[in-house]
Design a protein around this ligand. Sequence first.
Ligand SMILES: O=C(CO)[C@@H](O)[C@H](O)COP(=O)(O)O
Length: 239
Amino acid sequence: MMKSLCGPAAIAALPRDRLIGEFSLWSADLANMERDLKRIEAHADIHHIDVADARFTPGFLFFPDLVARIAKLTAKPIHVHLMVEAEIVEAQTRQFIGAGADLISVHAENGEAGLRAVKLAHELGAEAGVVLRLETPVAAITPFLSEVAFVTLLGTSIGVKGQSLSEQACPRLIEARALMRKAGREADIVLAADGGIRHETVPLLRAAGAETVVLGSLAFGDPDLARRMAWLHGLEVAA
Ligand SMILES: O=C(CO)[C@@H](O)[C@H](O)COP(=O)(O)O
């Protein structure tokens, strides 16, 4: 399937006047990925692919050849979330951009190596973002703010699906937005919430300033995706 836009242009073209639906392919039926990609193609704004190294995270998730195959089956942008140790983040950035990622998000906990990976992503023609574990102080995103187009805050423990949203998730989004504003980048950066995305939590996250939610079971478990996405797109942000 041909993409009309790739890399930074694809990310810049995401809608900013409504909530963005980012679909987490970890929550697809992994034995029927092609079928699920066809089902969500008209509904997803962006695909979210979790990559985990079983060191930064409890287990392994996704790999470049699989992402390259997925990239051939969709025209939607691909966001690769690298949940990996600092020593491999640059190599993984290179490999997943080679596989077709439009946007690579690295963890702020990777420090200087994460910043180098962001620069590398740009050099390789991709967009870059930063992600934060739930337990890391929000201020850790600050060194990344001048460089990234996405800030993603985890609302649950890293690398485990099916969890409930932490009470800290909404205050942390508000804090992240204040830092984006202070850095003069509020209009340029998309603020995303990942983990614990449920029917009851999406309005709360939206009201706290989330512009994107990473949908797992809420999307893949819904038999009526058109209705689910119409509901999601209609949620207002707090004044
Ligand atoms: O990374 C995560 C969760 O941390 C998501 O990408 C999962 O896909 C979420 O699945 P659900 O818990 O919403 O079913």
